[in-house]
Design a protein around this ligand. Structure first.
Ligand code: PMV
Length: 355
C-alpha cells in the first residue's frame, strides 16, 4: 500500500467489573463470563504515529508514557503485536510511536491495562481503516459500524482480557452466556437487554488505599486458577451471578445488586487467598473502609456498596440519586483511610472516543 505515515489519537476508559473475570484458557479466552460498568473519567489517551519501513520481519515501535520513553512497556506490546499480527497484517510494514498518558495518577494502583490496550486497539483500527479504504465519513460513523467495534474489542482482548470491555459503554458483557444473546468469549458486547433507570448514572468513587506496584500481576493471578481447588465452582458461580443480574438490571433491585457485587469482590479475593501460592491483597484500610460502608448502609438505608479489583483500592458504587450523601460520607469518613487522602470521583461512561 501507498500510505507513508500518519497518526491517530483515541481516548479509552477503564472499566470496573461487577461479575469478575478471573481465570483464562489459552488465547485470552475467559473461563467465565463477566460484566462491567465502563468508566468515564479514568482514561488513557494514546496517539499512534506510523511511518513506513522496510518489512524486515520485525516489529518496530517505541513507547512513551507522559512524554518519557518507557522501555519496560515493550515486552507487553511485543506480545500484543505477535498475537494480533494475523488480523493486522500491516504491522511489520511500519514503525510505530505510541505516546500514551493517563488521566488518573500514575502508579495509583488503578490498572491502566484495560484503558491502555483498548486505546491502542482503537488506534490500530483507525490505521487499518486508512490502509484498507480511503477515509470516508468521520471516525464517529466508523465507530457505529458493529463489525468494526467487535474487531476492536477482539483485538483489545488480546492485549489485556478486560480491555475488551472498554470499547463501548455503559454496561458490557464479555464471555459466552446462554441467556445473553450475542455474548462471546472473543469480544465484549453492549448489554443487550433492559436496564432500569437506577443504573443509568451510577457512580464509582475509587478510594486509593495503596498506590504501590501491584503485588500480583493479572497474568500471574489468572494462572493461579489452574489447578485451583475451587476453580470449577467459582466459574459456575460467575455464570449464575450474571444470570441473576439480568433480572436485577431489569427490575432495578438494588439490594440484590449489592449482594451480588460485594460477593463477587470478596470471592475474587478469596480465590487469591486459597490458591497456591496464596496472597492477601487487601490492606487493613481496605477492611476499615468495607466495615464503614456496611455500617453506613445499615444505619442510613442508602444503597451504597463496594467492589475490588486485584488490589487494595476500594471502588464505592452508588446510584446518582444518593450521590450527595455518599460523597459527604466519603469525604468525612473514608478519605482518612486513603493514601494521602486521595480518591477519584468517576461515573459510568460510554467507551472509546476519537480525539
Ligand atoms: O484484564 P486483566 O487480565 O488485567 O484481568 C483483570 C481482572 C480483574 O480486574 C481482577 C477482574 C475483571 O474482570 O476486570
Amino acid at each position: 500500500n501507498t500510505v507513508e505515515s500518519g497518526n491517530y489519537t483515541w481516548a479509552s476508559p477503564s472499566n470496573i467489573a461487577l461479575v469478575k473475570y478471573w481465570g483464562k484458557k489459552a488465547y485470552q479466552i475467559p473461563e467465565n463470563p463477566s460484566v462491567s460498568f465502563t468508566l468515564d473519567a479514568c482514561k488513557t489517551v494514546t496517539t499512534l504515529s506510523f511511518t513506513k519501513k522496510k518489512n524486515d520481519g520485525m516489529f518496530s515501535f517505541d513507547v512513551y508514557l507522559e512524554g518519557k520513553r518507557q522501555d519496560d512497556f515493550k515486552p507487553k506490546i511485543q506480545t500484543f503485536f505477535e498475537r494480533i499480527e494475523l488480523y493486522m497484517p500491516f504491522l511489520k510494514d511500519y514503525h510505530f510511536k505510541i505516546e500514551t498518558a493517563n488521566t488518573f495518577p500514575h502508579s495509583s494502583g488503578i490498572a491502566s491495562s484495560a484503558s491502555g490496550m483498548s486505546a491502542l486497539a482503537m488506534c490500530l483500527m483507525s490505521v487499518e481503516q486508512e490502509l484498507l479504504t480511503p477515509v470516508s465519513g468521520t471516525d464517529e460513523t466508523f465507530l457505529k459500524n458493529n463489525y468494526r467495534i467487535q474487531k476492536a474489542s477482539f483485538l483489545a482482548r488480546l492485549g489485556s482480557g478486560s480491555a475488551c470491555r472498554s470499547i463501548e459503554g455503559s454496561l458490557v458483557v464479555w464471555g459466552a452466556h446462554p441467556s445473553i444473546e450475542g455474548s462471546s468469549d472473543l469480544y465484549g458486547i453492549k448489554y443487550p437487554y433492559k436496564v432500569h433507570d437506577n443504573f443509568k448514572d451510577y457512580h464509582d468513587t475509587i478510594l486509593l488505599v495503596d498506590k504501590g506496584e501491584k503485588q500480583v500481576s493479572s497474568t500471574v493471578g489468572h494462572n493461579l486458577m489452574y489447578n485451583h481447588p475451587f476453580a470449577q465452582e467459582r466459574f459456575n458461580q460467575a455464570g449464575s451471578n450474571l444470570s441473576r443480574l439480568i433480572a436485577v438490571f431489569e427490575s432495578g433491585d438494588l439490594n440484590t445488586f449489592i449482594e451480588i457485587v460485594e460477593s463477587e469482590a470478596l470471592t475474587l479475593h478469596a480465590m487469591m487467598m486459597t490458591s497456591t501460592p496464596y496472597f492477601i491483597l487487601m490492606k487493613p484500610n481496605t477492611l476499615e473502609i468495607i466495615n464503614k460502608i456496611w455500617a453506613f448502609r445499615n444505619h442510613t438505608g442508602i444503597p451504597v456498596c463496594f467492589t475490588l479489583d486485584a488490589g487494595a483500592n476500594v471502588h464505592v458504587l452508588y446510584p446518582d440519586k444518593v450521590s450527595d450523601q455518599v460523597i459527604e460520607f466519603v469525604k468525612n469518613e473514608l478519605a482518612v483511610h486513603c493514601q494521602n487522602g486521595q480518591y477519584i470521583c468517576d461515573s459510568i461512561g460510554f467507551g472509546a472516543k476519537p480525539v
